[in-house]
Design a protein around this ligand. Structure first.
Ligand SMILES: [Mg+2]
Length: 348
């Protein structure tokens, strides 16, 4: 089949997502083919990425064949090359991610296969989830056995606050629970070492985003100083080219590419291969959403899927219908073709 149209929209979200950011800026990409097949993808980059898709990618994609995963990989390389002057990272790659995912959804639907099966993976079995957010008691009620809590450094009192939250999580979620911290680039190396010392008795799995993604050398040095706590990061990095820099600096124990930002399934697969060679684990950012889930099911990512829960009271926009929901701390993929989801047309 050949591509007849590619278009992107920035949805009319009503609610601010439960996140560090006031704008998560997720875009929706639609692909249609000459066989009448329609596929949907999810990207980042907001209205600027919409312009990249509608003003550039759509023009050069019409007429291209999409009959195999190899075709999608070739299209990825083509779009990457064409956008080099203004791309390589950031908004252009967030736009490319949406296109790549829409192409995978299209191919999966055309072949009647879930994306994980297209990738020679499996849709069987269930994956453990971790809840991201501060609401430990709610996550315990829902049956989660793993939590990642947000933490921002505000001064020396932050150490006691963090230790108190971790002790509470350990006591509520149990001894076998995984407890992690996402500090969103608000710590420095000295703080990380002090935190690791203060939490030595709590079995913390990882500290995430300790420094900015530009501090790779320092992160590489810090890694051995806070063991056995792991360092995690990568949601702000793009493509296998970017992760090659992370690999050469040995910056993290756990890589966290965001499949809707880093270049889609195509980039995700290349990053997972690179992680294998670097002997590090991959736990995709927002891996409990359909796009990350299919990659986890089809690759050597850890079977550990992030679900951004926020708080009990937080309102959200139901952008996609058909997405699997976590039950008792585990999630199952389902066997619907493509990514198995459709967008809420009311928001488009
Ligand atoms: Mg994070």
């Amino acid at each position: 089949m050949k591509i007849t149209s590619v278009s992107a929209v920035y949805p009319n979200y009503n609610n601010t997502p439960p996140s560090w950011r006031t704008h998560l800026w997720q875009i929706v990409v639609r692909v249609e083919t000459d066989t009448g097949q329609v596929g949907w993808g999810y990207g980042g980059g907001g209205k600027a990425a919409v312009e990249v898709v509608n003003g550039h990618f759509s023009e050069i994609l019409v007429g291209r064949s999409v009959n195999s995963t190899a075709d999608i990989s070739d299209i990825w390389d083509f779009l990457y090359r064409e956008s080099i002057p203004y791309g390589r990272k950031g908004i252009a790659i967030m736009a490319l991610s949406g296109v790549d995912l829409a192409l995978y959804d299209t191919l999966g639907k055309a072949e009647g296969k879930p994306v994980a099966i297209l990738l020679d993976g499996t849709t069987e079995g269930r994956m453990r989830c971790y809840a991201t957010g501060p609401d430990t008691d709610w996550y315990a009620e829902l049956g989660f056995t793993a939590q990642k809590m947000p933490h921002l450094w505000t001064g020396d009192e932050s150490i006691a606050t963090a230790v108190g939250s971790a002790e509470h999580a350990r006591s509520v979620l149990g001894n076998d629970a995984e407890v992690m911290f996402d500090v969103y680039m608000s710590w420095d190396s000295d703080i990380a070492i002090r935190m690791a010392d203060a939490m030595g008795h709590l079995g913390i799995h990882w500290f995430e985003d300790i420094l900015t993604p530009d501090d790779l050398q320092e992160l590489g040095t810090l890694r051995s100083k806070i063991r056995p706590i792991n360092t995690a990061g990568g949601e702000h990095e793009f493509t296998a080219h970017g992760f090659a820099d992370i690999a050469s600096a040995r910056a993290y124990d756990i890589w966290q590419p965001d499949i809707t930002w880093c270049g889609g399934i195509t980039a995700g697969q290349r990053i997972v291969e690179m992680a294998k060679a670097a002997k590090v684990a991959v736990v995709p950012h927002r891996g409990g959403e359909p796009w990350g889930l299919h990659l986890i099911a089809a690759s050597e990512c850890e079977d550990f899927a992030e679900v951004v829960m926020g708080t009990r009271a937080a309102a959200g926009d139901a952008m996609w219908s058909g997405a699997p929901e976590p039950k008792s701390g585990y999630i199952e993929i389902g066997d619907a073709p493509g990514f198995g989801v459709s967008p809420n047309e009311l928001l488009l």
